[in-house]
Design a protein around this ligand. Structure first.
Ligand code: NAD
Length: 257
């Protein structure tokens, strides 16, 4: 029987890379998509060197055509699609009052439109195959509570929860589940950028914003990408067949819902 196939967006670094490595270790063939082909290829080479099977595809989630093409290329090369991880995302650090129209539109284009296009492309392919499928979206603790200086970002991560719930209800009849992961303070390049901007805006020493955020975590350490990919591994597996429409926190104890 052919191996199941997972596509991960924004898989060149951080959480997306960790998800790609984990799903490969779980036995999936993986398609890595992102804007920078060289970064995707480097992760694919690592996976292929470890005995897995990965392909790299250049695709910007802001473009519906490119998202559709990424699914088509995955199916052409790997035969099918079973799991789609809408991981790509950006953060913008600014007070709500100073968030520019251009910044907000970019946040919406990447974090929300990108996820919408991904849900649409994946659901279309699952229905064409006549197979069950799993769609897994990146939300955040900022999708459960608006964070100061991250207002626009928080709005996009709330939007992911709305899309996840609505799509889960609509697609359940086709045996397609839709869930989201909600990380906390993950030690990736995204938080390096957030710390840099926050400390500049608040005139504080570099690293202090990240330290303050990590100090507030009940389990006493910053989150590793692996903490997130462990949850995604479960959500992508048969063990999560009866879970849909959920936005699950994996934050070491920051938000309690
Ligand atoms: P990251 O910045 O390290 O990686 C994000 C990836 O998305 C990068 O590879 C980037 O190139 C890619 N990307 C950005 N715009 C894209 C586009 N238009 N098309 C395709 N790919 C694009 O961030 P990360 O920390 O690994 O975050 C991954 C996801 O998890 C994001 O959706 C983020 O919002 C979410 N998240 C992160 C944290 C955190 O603390 N780092 C917390 C909660 C949620």
């Amino acid at each position: 029987m052919s191996k199941k196939v997972a596509l991960i967006t924004g898989a060149g670094q951080g959480i997306g890379k960790s998800i790609a490595l984990q799903l490969s270790a779980d036995g999936f063939e993986v398609a890595l998509t992102g804007r920078h082909l060289d970064k995707m290829q480097a992760v694919a080479d690592e996976i292929n060197g470890n005995g897995g099977h990965a392909i790299a595809i250049q695709s910007d989630v802001q473009s519906k055509a490119e998202v559709d093409q990424a699914v088509a290329a995955t199916v052409a090369k790997l035969g099918q699609l079973n799991v789609y991880v809408n991981n790509a995302g950006i953060a913008v650090v600014d007070p709500v009052a100073e968030t520019t129209e251009a910044e907000m539109r970019r946040l919406l284009d990447i974090n929300v439109m990108g996820a919408l296009f991904g849900i649409q492309a994946a659901a279309k392919q699952f229905k064409k195959q006549g197979t069950p499928g799993k769609i897994i979206n990146a939300s955040s603790i900022a999708g459960h509570e608006g964070f100061p200086m991250l207002g626009g970002y928080s709005a996009t991560k709330f939007a992911i929860r709305g899309l996840t719930q609505a799509a889960a209800k609509e697609l359940a009849k086709d045996h397609i589940t839709v869930n989201a992961y909600c990380p906390g303070i993950v030690l990736t390049p995204m938080w390096d950028e957030i710390d840099d901007k926050l400390t500049t805006l608040e005139n504080k020493p570099k690293g202090s914003a990240l330290k303050d955020a990590v100090d507030g975590i009940a389990l006493g350490r910053g989150e590793e990408p692996k903490d997130v990919s462990n949850l995604v591994s479960f959500l992508a597996s048969d063990k999560a067949d009866y879970i849909t429409g959920q936005a699950i926190l994996v934050d070491g104890g920051i938000k309690y819902v």
